[in-house]
Design a protein around this ligand. Structure first.
Ligand code: SF4
Length: 452
C-alpha cells in the first residue's frame, strides 16, 4: 500500500543534509509520496527502511534514460493520465530511423540533415532527439552504419535488430566512437529475450520488450527484470491505430491506477509502421505523442511532418497551470528609432510571438512593450484584472519609454479598447491608440503610422 508523505518521512534519516536535492527530508518525503522523486537520491536510507519504502517510493512509470555525449532523453515518471490533471514531465523523444542498407555516404548526409534541423517555437528551440539505427543485414554493415551515424552526429540512439549478436557489434562500435553512449536496445521477444537481456545487462543499456498482448508484455518484463535488467521499454506490437490507442491507454492506466509494476514502463511507437501515406503517419505520430509514447520513431526526416509534431510535443508537455511566458520589458524589432511606433501586449508566449512575428515580418521598426500579465493572453488577462490601465502604465514607466521615444503614442490591442479612457488618465500627456484585434492585421495598421 502506498505510504503517506509523513509515513515516509519517519523512515528517512531526518538530518536535512540536502544531498537528495531537496531542502529537507520532509520535502523529499512529500516528493516520494507524490512519485516525483526516486529513493536512490538519498544515500543515507537504511537497508531496513529501503525495504519498507521501495514498493511505495518507486514511480508508477519507471524513468528510463538513454544518452550520448551529455545529451539525454528521459521517459517515464509520469503520474497522471490526463495532462489537465497536473502535467506530463518528460517529453517523448523523437527519433529518425536510418537503415544500414543505405550507402554510407547517403547515411551520412541523411544523418547530417536531420541532426542540423532546428526550429524555434514560442521561444523554444526544437530539434530531433536522436537516431534509430536498424540492422537489415549482418553485423558488419550494422556496425559500419552505427559508426557513420555517430561520426556524423553524436546523439542518443536506438539500436534495432532481431539478432542480439548483430546488436552487440553495433553497441561495441557505438562505445568506441562515443564511450559514454547509452542506447536503447530493440527488441526482446518471447523467442529471444534471454540473449537480449544478457546483452542489456552486460552493457547497462535499457531494453525494449515487444509482445502483442498485455499479458505477453507483462510476462516478458518479469523475465527480463528477473535476468537483471531494470530499465525496460514496452512495444505493444500491434500496428493499427485503434489497437495501439487501446493498449497504450491500458498500459498507462494499469501502471498509474493499479500500480501494476509489470507494465510500469515507457512505451515506444513506430508511426510509419501503422500507415502507408504521410498524412496517416502524421495521425499515428500525433496519437503516439498524446497517448502515451515515450519514444517515437519516424521512418523519414521530413520537416513538414516533424515541425507540427515537435510543436505538439511542446504543448502536450507544458504544465497547463503555468503558461509559457516571456520576460516582461521592451523588445526592439527591426532596429526601431525614437519616432517608431510603440505597441503593448502581454507576456503570454504565444501572444508575444504572434505580435512580434507580424511586426518583424512587416519590416517596420517598432517597440514592443510586454507587460507582466502573469503569462495570460490579452483578453484572459484583462478579464482577470492582470492587464489593466495601471499595469500598462507601470510597464511604460519601468521601461523608461519616455526617454527612448520622442512621441507620446501607445498602441493597445483592439481587444482592450475599453481601457482607452483609464489609460489616458494613468498616462497623462500620452495619446492612446486602439490597434487591431488580431496580430495578423498589425502590418497594415502600422503602414499608416505617423509619430506626429
Ligand atoms: Fe534527508 Fe536523505 Fe535528503 Fe539528506 S539526502 S535531506 S537525509 S532525505
Amino acid at each position: 500500500m502506498a505510504l503517506s508523505g509523513l509515513q515516509i518521512y519517519k523512515l528517512l534519516p531526518q538530518t536535512n543534509c540536502k544531498e537528495c536535492g531537496f531542502p529537507t527530508c520532509l520535502a523529499f518525503a512529500m516528493k516520494l509520496a507524490a512519485k516525483q522523486a526516486e529513493l536512490d537520491k538519498c544515500p543515507y536510507v537504511s537497508d531496513e527502511a529501503r525495504e519498507q519504502l521501495a514498493e511505495s517510493a518507486a514511480p508508477p512509470v519507471r524513468l528510463v534514460t538513454i544518452s550520448a555525449d551529455g545529451r539525454e532523453v528521459k521517459s517515464g515518471n509520469e503520474i497522471v493520465l490526463f495532462r489537465h490533471e497536473k502535467t506530463f514531465y518528460n517529453p517523448c523523444g523523437i527519433f529518425i530511423r536510418l537503415r544500414d542498407n543505405l550507402p554510407l555516404e547517403a547515411l551520412k548526409s541523411a544523418a547530417r540533415e536531420a541532426a542540423d534541423y532546428k526550429v524555434e517555437y514560442v521561444g523554444k528551440s526544437m530539434t530531433i532527439d536522436g537516431f534509430a539505427v536498424e540492422a537489415t543485414a549482418g553485423g558488419d554493415a550494422f556496425a559500419a552504419a552505427v559508426r557513420r551515424v555517430l561520426e556524423t552526429a553524436v546523439l542518443p540512439l536506438i539500436l534495432i535488430s532481431s539478432d542480439a549478436q548483430v546488436l552487440e557489434k553495433g553497441l561495441v562500435t557505438a562505445r568506441e566512437i562515443a564511450p559514454g553512449v547509452v542506447p536503447l536496445l530493440y527488441a526482446a521477444t518471447a523467442d529471444n529475450w534471454e540473449s537480449f537481456a544478457a546483452l542489456a545487462k552486460k552493457f547497462g543499456a535499457p531494453l525494449t520488450v515487444r509482445a502483442n498482448t498485455l499479458s505477453g508484455l507483462a510476462t516478458l518484463t518479469e523475465r527480463v527484470k528477473g535476468a537483471g535488467v531494470d530499465d525496460i521499454v514496452l512495444d505493444p506490437g500491434v500496428r493499427d491505430l485503434k489497437s495501439a490507442l487501446a493498449l497504450n491507454t491500458l498500459i498507462r492506466r494499469l501502471a498509474l491506477k493499479k500500480t501494476f509494476r509489470q507494465l510500469g514502463y515507457p512505451i515506444i511507437a513506430f508511426p510509419g509502421e501503422m500507415a502507408d501515406d504521410e498524412g496517416m503517419v502524421s495521425v499515428a505520430a500525433t496519437q503516439a505523442i498524446t497517448k502515451y509514447a515515450g519514444f517515437v520513431v519516424l521512418d523519414t526526416f521530413n520537416p513538414a511532418l516533424l515541425y507540427p509534431l515537435l510543436a505538439l510535443r511542446t504543448n502536450i508537455y507544458t504544465d497547463p497551470q503555468k503558461p509559457i511566458q516571456v520576460q516582461p520589458g521592451v523588445y526592439e524589432i527591426n532596429n526601431p528609432r525614437p519616432d517608431s511606433p510603440l505597441m503593448v501586449t502581454t507576456n503570454f508566449s504565444i501572444t508575444y510571438f504572434s505580435v512580434a512575428n507580424e511586426v518583424d515580418g512587416s519590416g517596420i521598426p517598432g517597440w514592443l512593450l510586454v507587460a507582466d500579465a502573469e503569462g495570460m493572453s490579452v483578453l484572459t488577462a484583462w478579464a482577470a484584472g492582470k492587464f489593466d490601465a495601471e499595469r500598462i502604465a507601470k510597464a511604460v514607466r519601468s521601461a523608461n519609454m519616455a526617454d527612448k521615444i520622442t512621441h507620446r503614442k501607445l498602441i493597445i490591442p483592439g481587444h482592450v479598447s475599453v481601457l482607452l479612457g483609464e489609460l489616458e488618465e494613468a498616462l497623462p500627456g500620452w495619446q492612446i491608440l486602439v490597434g487591431p484585434r488580431e496580430a495578423v492585421d498589425l502590418p497594415a495598421y502600422l503602414k499608416l503610422w505617423s509619430p506626429s
